[in-house]
Design a protein around this ligand. Structure first.
Ligand code: HEM
Length: 165
């Protein structure tokens, strides 16, 4: 069922000058998608590194270990770029995204993934300062990392799936 608020919002956006200008410029959408994909690469690398670290698959002596911390700032920039490019794509074709249940699912999964990542970041900091961290805390941390990987992969899949629904 189509949400009347989202339908009205989509119609209002469609009538704006910015939306109408974007509708005639397919190349702008291609450029935005390219930037969106580059930001996805950055964010996904950072998220996977951080979760592999939490799972103990990326250990201190591994050559890629320092990359997990080095990607913190780029990951924050990437999420901002994703939001910005996604927003402009929505303005260009509001009904395609806003009224699509897969897009709505992607946004819900994104909120859940961000919460998991924040929890994980706080837990990693606590664990780093606690040499005697109990095994229950570590297990919860690993469980959150597995859920987080699942969420990020589902977001990727949903992002691609929008085009076919
Ligand atoms: C932050 C808010 C985000 C917004 C508002 C947003 C919005 C969008 C929109 C409107 C599209 C175009 C869909 C279409 O018409 O086919 C798209 C594509 C896509 N998004 Fe996002 N997105 C966001 C974040 C993310 C994140 C975090 C990921 C993955 C980690 C992601 C993965 C994808 C993928 C894989 C595509 C398909 C790209 C392509 O095939 O060209 N998005 N996104």
């Amino acid at each position: 069922m189509i949400n009347p608020f989202l339908k009205q919002l989509s119609l209002s956006i469609e009538q704006t000058l910015m939306s109408q200008s974007l509708q005639g410029m397919e190349w702008v959408v291609a450029v935005l998608q390219t930037i969106h994909i580059l930001a996805i690469c950055t964010l996904m690398t950072a998220m996977m590194m951080s979760n592999f670290k939490a799972l103990g698959l990326l250990t201190r002596n591994h050559v890629l270990y320092p990359l997990a911390s080095a990607l913190k700032v780029p990951a924050h920039i990437a999420i901002f770029v994703l939001f910005l490019t996604g927003l402009i794509m929505i303005i260009g074709e509001p009904a395609r995204a806003l009224l699509n249940p897969i897009f709505q699912l992607k946004m819900i999964l994104l909120i859940a993934a961000i919460f998991c990542s924040i929890y994980s970041a706080i837990a990693q900091k606590k664990l780093a300062n606690d040499y005697f961290g109990n095994s229950k805390t570590q297990l919860t941390h690993k469980l959150i990392a597995v859920i987080s990987i699942g969420l990020w992969l589902s977001i990727l899949f949903a992002g691609r799936w929008i085009a076919y629904t």
